[in-house]
Design a protein around this ligand. Structure first.
Ligand code: ADP
Length: 174
């Protein structure tokens, strides 16, 4: 019998570790022969959501589109890993309420840590005003109130964070 798919929705600040964790997670799931697909925010904005900006409305539209695609895949047994800042609580809660097997994973690192990492140099640009509406700097991030899983990436290794998610999936029967 085909096993249930799931939507692993990784939310968190830029630089918190969403991409790093999702890539390792994808690798681990493939090793176990699970059908898996990764929907990464940066790639999504270059195709599915090309033309959308960073207003609240556009961000929410982006989140709903990704949720729609994730649902098409997960209902066919795919484990979908979504890596998206998705800063607004209400639209995440809307997805949680409407999609089956939606798993909210909070990739949690303090802003200071994310900014010190500045993986893509975006915080420096946001601080100097070259980028506007940057989450954590001049745009809000609303942390999940009751995520299914939280990875504290300033305190855990990547391996520990990935293992935590894998263990959760197993114990939840996925
Ligand atoms: P995001 O996709 O959330 O913007 P990235 O994955 O691109 O973040 O960057 C996160 C950075 O933090 C990487 O350089 C990664 O190596 C580092 N890091 C340190 N500890 C962890 C951890 N436990 N989980 C994920 N990333 C971590």
């Amino acid at each position: 019998m085909e096993r249930d798919g799931a939507i692993l929705w990784l939310t968190g600040l830029s630089g918190a570790g969403k991409t790093t964790i999702s890539q390792q997670l994808e690798h681990k799931l493939r090793e176990r022969d699970r059908p898996v697909e990764l929907l990464d925010g940066d790639a999504i904005r270059q195709n599915l959501s090309k033309g959308l900006g960073f207003s609240r409305e556009d961000r929410d539209t982006n989140v709903r589109r990704v949720g729609y695609v994730a649902n098409l895949l997960s209902r066919n047994g795919v484990i979908v890993i979504v890596s998206l800042i998705s800063p607004y609580r209400s639209v995440r809660d809307e997805l949680r309420a409407t999609l089956n097997n939606f798993v909210e994973v909070y990739i949690n690192a303090p802003l200071e840590v994310c900014e010190a990492r500045d993986v893509k140099g975006l915080y420096a640009k946001a601080r100097s005003g070259q980028i506007k509406s940057f989450t954590g700097i001049d745009d809000p991030y609303e942390a999940p109130l009751s995520p299914d899983i939280t990875c504290h990436t300033a305190a855990e290794t990547v391996d520990e964070s990935v293992t935590k998610i894998m263990t959760w999936l197993e114990s939840a029967g996925y």
